[in-house]
Design a protein around this ligand. Structure first.
Ligand SMILES: Nc1ncnc2c1ncn2[C@@H]1O[C@H](COP(=O)(O)OP(=O)(O)OP(=O)(O)O)[C@@H](O)[C@H]1O
Ligand SMILES: [Mg+2]
Length: 476
C-alpha cells in the first residue's frame, strides 16, 4: 500500500490532479481501489472508519476531494455518513459501495445524493474507473461556469404554447386572425404536434374566452354513447335514460367545443353534426324539440380528411363546412429550431421537486435531441425531457440521460408496486386490459375498429376500456 503517495501536499502540479477519498474498513478493498485510481492518476486518501471519513472530508477545505467512495457498512451506517457529509456541505460526488445485494439501501443512497452504487466484489478495475471518471466529469460540468456548454434560452413561464420557427409564427398569426370570428377551424397534424393546445389558444384569444371550452374525443366512445354525450337525451330515450340529460353542445353554449379525432366519427353522426353547423340546432336523442345553441366548433384530426372523403368514410359536405380555415401543425422534425426552446420550456415546467430550480442541460444533449426524428412529436419531447430530469436528479442533463427507445410508449403496470399497494388480481387484470386498449388505440391511429380487431374484442368492449373523454370545462 503506498502510504506516502497518499499524503496530500499542495504543489503546483497537484492543481489539475483529481483527488479521491476511499472509505472502507476492509484493507484489501482500499488497496485495490488505490491501485485502480492511482493508475488513473488520482491523488488518493484513505479512511478506514466513519469517524476518519468525516474528519478527512473537511468542509471548506482549499483542496476538496473530487470524488468520495464510501462503503455502506462500516461501524456506522454508510447512508448516515453520506447524509452527514451532505449536511456539512461536502459537495463532492459520492459513490456508494456494498458487499450485500443492493435494494432499499441503494434507493436511499441515491435519494440522499449518491451518484452511483457499486457492488463488491467489483466487476473489473475498468468498471470502477469508469464510474469514478463519470462522476468527476459530471461534477466538473456542473461546477464549470462555462455557461456556453449549457442550453440557455429564456422562456416566459406563463406561455403555454411555444415556438419561434417560421411555421409556428404563421400559426400564431392565423390564430390571431380567426380568434375574433366564429369560423369553424380544422386543426390537422400528426399525434403530439399541439392540436389540442392550439384549440385552447383559439378559445382563449376569442370573445368567447369567458364561456366554456368543451373537448370531446370522438374516437374514445362507441357511436351511440358519443351521440348522447354530444346531443344529450330525453328521459326514456333508451334503457337507463332515467332523466333528461344535456349534451355537450348545450353545455358549450356561448363557448367553444373541440371535436377531437373528428375523422373517427360515424357517417350518421356526421350528418347530425352538419345540421348543427348549418342551422345551429339539433334534437336530443329521443326528442323532437329542436335545441338552439350558440357554439363555436373546432375540429381536430391526425387523419387526412381528403383521403377519407375520397374513400367515402367522411362526408364531403361536412368536410367543406369544417375546412373553412385549416391550421396544420407541422411535425417536430420539420421545425427542429424550436427544440431548444421547447426543452427550456419543459425544464421550467417539470421540476425535479416542487422546490428545485429547473435542471440544466448540456449542449451535447440538446444536439442529440435535435438530431432525432420524434415520431411522437412534442409530446414525446416532453416525455423524454421529463424522464431526463428524473434521471439527472434535476441537476445537469447530459447525453446519457437522453434515451428515445421506449420513451414514447407508456410505462407498463408496476405489478410489484401495485400488489404492495393492495391491488387484487381483478384490479390488475382490468388495469392491464385498459392499458392494452390504450396501446392498441395508439398503434392503430386511434381507430377503435382497428384497435378492437387487433385485440380480438368488439368495438363496444374496447370503448368501455378506453378512458372516458376529457370533457373539461375551463374555468371562466
Ligand atoms: N408548441 C408547443 N409548446 C408547448 N407545449 C407543446 C407545444 N406543442 C405541444 N405541446 C405539448 O405537447 C403535448 C401534446 O400536445 P397536444 O395534446 O396538443 O397534441 P395533439 O396534436 O392534440 O396530439 P394527439 O393527436 O395525440 O391528440 C402537450 O403536453 C402539449 O402541452
Ligand atoms: Mg389531441
Amino acid at each position: 500500500m503506498g502510504r506516502a503517495r497518499g499524503h496530500l501536499t499542495k504543489g503546483a502540479d497537484d492543481m489539475a490532479q483529481p483527488r479521491a477519498l476511499i472509505c472502507d474498513d476492509d484493507d484489501a478493498v482500499r488497496e485495490f481501489l488505490r491501485e485502480v485510481l492511482e493508475g488513473e492518476d488520482y491523488l488518493v486518501e484513505e479512511a478506514a472508519t466513519s469517524a476518519e471519513t468525516l474528519a478527512k472530508a473537511q468542509p471548506g477545505s482549499p483542496m476538496p476531494h473530487d470524488v468520495i467512495l464510501l462503503d455502506v457498512k462500516m461501524e456506522q451506517d454508510g447512508v448516515d455518513v453520506l447524509k452527514q457529509l451532505r449536511d456539512r456541505g461536502i459537495e463532492a460526488p459520492i459513490i456508494m459501495m456494498t458487499a450485500v445485494a443492493p435494494g432499499a439501501t441503494a434507493a436511499a443512497a441515491i435519494q440522499n445524493g449518491a451518484v452511483d452504487y457499486l457492488v463488491k466484489p467489483f466487476d473489473s478495475p475498468e468498471s470502477v474507473a469508469q464510474s469514478v471518471a463519470r462522476a468527476v466529469a459530471y461534477e466538473r460540468l456542473k461546477q464549470g461556469g462555462e455557461e456556453a456548454q449549457f442550453l440557455s434560452v429564456n422562456v416566459d413561464p406563463r406561455e403555454r404554447i411555444i415556438g419561434v420557427s417560421p411555421q409556428m409564427i404563421e400559426i400564431f398569426k392565423l390564430v390571431g386572425l380567426v380568434a375574433r370570428t366564429d369560423t369553424t377551424v380544422l386543426i390537422t397534424g400528426e399525434t403530439g404536434t399541439g392540436k389540442e393546445l392550439i384549440s385552447e389558444a383559439i378559445h382563449a384569444s376569442s370573445d368567447r374566452r369567458n364561456g366554456p371550452m368543451i373537448k370531446i374525443n370522438c374516437a374514445a366512445l362507441p357511436e351511440s354513447l358519443l351521440e348522447s354525450m354530444l346531443f344529450g337525451h330525453e328521459k326514456g330515450a333508451f334503457t337507463g335514460a332515467l332523466a333528461q340529460h344535456k349534451g355537450l353542445f348545450e353545455v358549450a353554449h356561448r363557448g367553444t367545443i373541440l371535436l377531437d379525432e373528428i375523422g373517427e366519427m360515424s357517417l350518421s353522426l356526421q350528418a347530425k353534426l352538419l345540421r348543427v353547423l348549418q342551422d345551429h340546432q339539433f334534437e336530443r336523442v329521443g326528442g323532437t324539440e329542436p335545441v338552439k345553441v350558440d357554439v363555436r366548433v373546432l375540429a381536430a384530426t391526425n387523419r387526412d380528411l381528403k383521403t377519407e372523403v375520397r374513400d367515402r368514410r367522411f362526408r364531403e359536405d361536412l368536410f367543406y363546412r369544417l375546412d373553412v380555415i385549416e391550421i396544420h401543425m407541422p411535425p417536430l422534425r420539420e421545425k427542429r429550431e424550436d427544440i431548444p426552446l421547447l426543452v427550456s420550456h419543459f425544464l421550467e415546467k417539470h421540476r425535479y421537486s416542487p422546490r428545485s430550480s429547473p435542471a440544466r442541460i448540456s449542449q451535447e444533449a440538446v444536439e442529440k435531441m435535435r438530431a432525432y426524428d420524434w415520431p411522437g412529436n412534442v409530446r414525446e419531447l416532453e416525455n423524454v425531457t421529463q424522464r431526463a430530469v428524473v434521471l439527472s436528479q434535476g441537476q445537469v442533463i447530459t447525453e446519457e440521460h437522453i434515451s428515445f427507445s421506449g420513451a414514447f410508449s407508456r410505462p407498463l403496470i408496476d405489478v410489484e408496486q401495485r400488489v404492495r399497494a393492495g391491488a387484487t388480481l381483478a384490479d390488475l387484470t382490468s388495469e392491464l386490459q385498459r392499458e392494452a386498449a390504450t396501446v392498441a388505440m395508439g398503434l392503430n391511429g386511434n381507430n377503435p375498429d382497428k384497435a378492437a380487431r387487433a385485440l380480438a374484442i368488439t368495438t363496444t368492449e374496447l370503448g368501455r376500456l378506453v378512458e372516458m373523454p376529457a370533457a373539461v370545462k375551463e374555468p371562466a
